[in-house]
Design a protein around this ligand. Structure first.
Ligand code: NAP
Length: 242
């Protein structure tokens, strides 16, 4: 069996990615932090499309939890390898920097940046040994352009973009590719309180995107067809910023 791990797979963009990568024939490890009900819904939606998967609960921001969950999986699946990793789990805690609390900085860093590090480091070794791997990081327009009120989030996503480019150069020889996708405004829980009617006037395609529109690009990057693409950041933002 071929395995793919999608972090933050219980809702939004992560859910759509679980389904799109499931269609490539991977058995999906659906990670989530706390929302079991939604994670089960993702699994059911994946199965309805003919895919297979299982839930894998851990908090990406907690190193011990990541290592014990992935360590357990590896112990139970000796000789098998997770060959696709999508680092999608993310949070934002927006406020102007002068009012930003320590926790608002560190929680955003721990989830969006440190989570990427803990998980990728753990899975990389097997990908290198097997001489095959696909790593896709879900970053953001904020990490490219920087957005006011999101100094913490922009910094974390920009850091993951830098890490994507550096890691791609480290592991390319072993046939492991590392890319990022940078969504603009996508219709999920994360953006549900934003005023789409006002914000869409800034977007050339004049609407927010759908999670599936991100997931299709991620599935392409996860596929064999993307074999000569690495170190790239692909914007999916309706033309909002290029
Ligand atoms: P969402 O609807 O808020 O869903 C977030 C997902 O991440 C949930 O599955 C959640 O799990 C999981 N998660 C959060 N913290 C976690 C942690 N510490 N450990 C494990 N899982 C965790 O978000 P989304 O809009 O789909 O965003 C997905 C990714 O796209 C994020 O990285 C986000 O920064 C990025 N992005 C989104 C947009 C947008 O417009 N929506 C734009 C640019 C970039 P639970 O369900 O268990 O809470």
């Amino acid at each position: 069996m071929k395995y793919a791990l999608v972090t933050g797979g219980s809702r939004g963009i992560g859910r759509a990615i679980c389904i799109s990568i499931g269609e490539l024939g991977y058995h999906i490890l659906i990670n989530y932090r706390s929302n079991e009900e939604e994670a089960v819904k993702t699994l059911e939606m994946l199965q309805e499309k003919g895919g297979t998967g299982e839930l894998m609960r851990f908090d990406v921001s907690k190193r011990e939890e990541v290592e014990s969950a992935l360590g357990r999986w590896m112990e139970d699946h000796k000789g098998e390898c997770i060959e696709v990793l999508v680092n999608n789990a993310g949070i934002r805690k927006d406020t102007m920097m002068m009012w930003m609390k320590n926790e608002e900085w560190s929680e955003v860093m721990d989830t969006n940046l440190n989570g990427f590090f803990y998980i990728t480091r753990r899975l990389l070794q097997d990908m290198l040994i097997n001489k095959y791997g696909r790593i896709i990081n879900v970053v953001s327009l904020s990490g490219i352009k920087g957005l006011p009120g999101q100094v913490n989030y922009s910094a974390a996503k920009a850091a993951v973009i830098g890490a994507t480019k550096a890691l791609a150069q480290e592991v390319g020889r072993k046939n492991v590719t590392v890319n990022a996708v940078a969504p603009g405004f996508i219709r999920t829980d994360m953006t549900k309180e934003l005023k789409e009617n006002e914000l869409k006037t800034l977007i050339p395609l004049y609407r927010f995107g759908e999670p599936e529109e991100v997931a299709d690009v991620v599935a392409f990057l996860a596929s064999k067809k993307a074999s000569y693409i690495t170190g790239e950041v692909i914007s999916i933002n309706g033309g909002l910023y290029t």
